[in-house]
Design a protein around this ligand. Structure first.
Ligand code: HAM
Length: 418
């Protein structure tokens, strides 16, 4: 017996149809904001993610890395943003427009401990707005995230926000944090003692130390912003206020990846019994990512949601519509000798875009009927000697139980074929 890889799952048709619903609706929302789809590879050269200065657990501990047969270091993407920026640089897409607006839906890989809403192979959907630094772009991106939650009917959307500021602000803040945590070093976990040397901001994000008072009382990034960053953030908040977006400032929000600068945020909804998985998505701006990848100075901001978590949230909250596959017509022949004629009927139905199937089994009509009841088609089509001889079909409406003989053209009309 072979089992699926730990942290992965099979998406069976009953589930896949819900994904289709969500994907289609998301595409409509992205379209309203004029975002266009981008698809970048799942495999990237490792340096796309393993950049200098990237000390996040996601990159340091959770990536799937391998050496390919050409001796190249490859990483399965743990997230979409860095690969998209690599693409923008490589294709010089930034020359097309002052702002590139992309959306994506695709798989990512992280070697994490699987738990509720957390997998090793998981899907994200999200957006990136690359090229134009403006508080209005930041606000629009946050409003789009909030719009997604409300459009799908989820309650209690809450955006948690913070600003890490520009490079100067971050350097200032990092220094203050370093001093602060150095004076509280003994209270930190082993990992955070290492983080103190690499990037003290990561301590704020630590699952072990995060809830401790030393972290809760740590200096706040917002108090070390340069005038420009402060003004930028204030403008973002003003637009959110103007549009009645429900947000709160979270001074310890630094996000789990090191490329962030300026505005960072997380998207929460109020979902019963969801615990940590209440964080449906997160994002922020990344002014240095392009340079870190060897590209020109290019700003960007975006967010991603976890698809599995989002779909579960819709289900738990009772706002996932009842999705089911619809079978318009199901053909039953009274004997195999009529199958040839039936196959022609079937082809005509399908050519007319009508979802149809035929029972190829050679069992009795009774057993075929049993199967048909389970499949629940809108119409049952019977074909026997009389039908073949007169070039007709017998059609039973499974709702009204009415049955009548008709020509194939009439059947196509009845089923609204195109
Ligand atoms: P992230 O916070 O690492 O950000 O992930 C975003 C979302 O992906 C999380 O809030 C969560 O819903 C989902 N997620 C993360 N890891 C897992 C997992 N193991 N299983 C299931 N769902 C998961 C990013 O990935 C950034 N690229 C977001 C971004 C876009 N920042 C700027 N642009």
């Amino acid at each position: 017996m072979n089992y699926k890889v730990k942290g992965t799952y099979d998406l069976l048709p009953e589930e896949a149809i819900k994904w289709e619903y969500v994907t289609n609706k998301l595409k409509e929302i992205f379209k309203k904001y004029n975002y266009k789809e981008i698809r970048t590879p799942i495999m990237e050269y490792s340096e796309v993610f393993h950049r200098e200065g990237e000390f996040s657990d996601m990159v340091q501990k959770e990536t799937y890395n391998f050496v390919d047969k050409g001796n190249r270091n490859i990483t399965l993407r743990p997230e979409a943003t860095a690969g998209i920026m690599r693409s923008v640089i490589e294709n010089k897409s930034y020359a097309q427009n002052d702002i590139l607006k992309y959306y994506y839906i695709g798989p990512n890989y992280r070697y994490e401990r699987p738990q509720k809403g957390r997998f090793r192979e998981f899907y994200q959907f999200g957006i990136e707005a690359i090229g134009l630094k403006s508080p209005y772009v930041d606000a629009e991106v946050i409003m789009l995230a909030s719009d997604i939650i409300t459009e799908f009917g989820l309650d209690g959307v809450l955006i948690k926000l913070n600003s890490l500021g520009d490079n100067e602000s971050r350097l200032r803040y990092q220094k203050v944090l370093e001093e602060y945590f150095n004076s509280h070093k003994t209270g930190l976990c082993n990992d955070c003692q290492v983080r103190l040397d690499n990037n003290p901001l990561r301590i704020l994000d630590c699952k072990i130390d995060g809830p401790k008072d030393i972290v809760k009382n740590a200096p706040k990034s917002i108090d070390y912003l340069t005038d420009n960053s402060k003004l930028h953030f204030e403008k973002v908040l003003k637009v959110l206020d103007e549009n009645k977006i429900n947000y709160e400032i979270d001074h310890n929000l630094v996000r789990g990846i090191d490329y962030y600068s300026e505005t960072v945020f997380e998207i929460h909804a109020h979902i019963k019994d969801f615990g940590n998985a209440n964080t449906l998505g997160g994002g922020g701006a990344y002014d240095n990512l392009s340079i870190d990848l060897g590209g020109p100075e290019l700003t960007g901001i975006g967010f991603s949601f976890g698809m599995e978590r989002f779909i579960e949230a819709l289900e738990v909250s009772g706002v996932m519509p009842n999705m089911e596959y619809i079978l318009d017509a199901y053909i039953i022949t009274f004997d195999e000798s009529f199958n040839q004629f039936a196959s022609h009927v079937l082809k005509e139905l399908r050519d007319a875009n009508i979802t149809s199937e035929m029972d190829y089994d050679t069992k009795s009509v009774k057993s075929k009927m049993k199967k048909a009841i389970k499949l629940n088609p809108k119409y049952l089509i019977f074909i026997g000697e009389d039908e073949v001889k007169n070039n007709l079909v017998s059609v039973k409406d499974t709702e009204t139980q009415e049955q009548q003989q008709m020509k194939l053209e009439e059947l196509l009309k009845l089923l609204g074929g195109k």
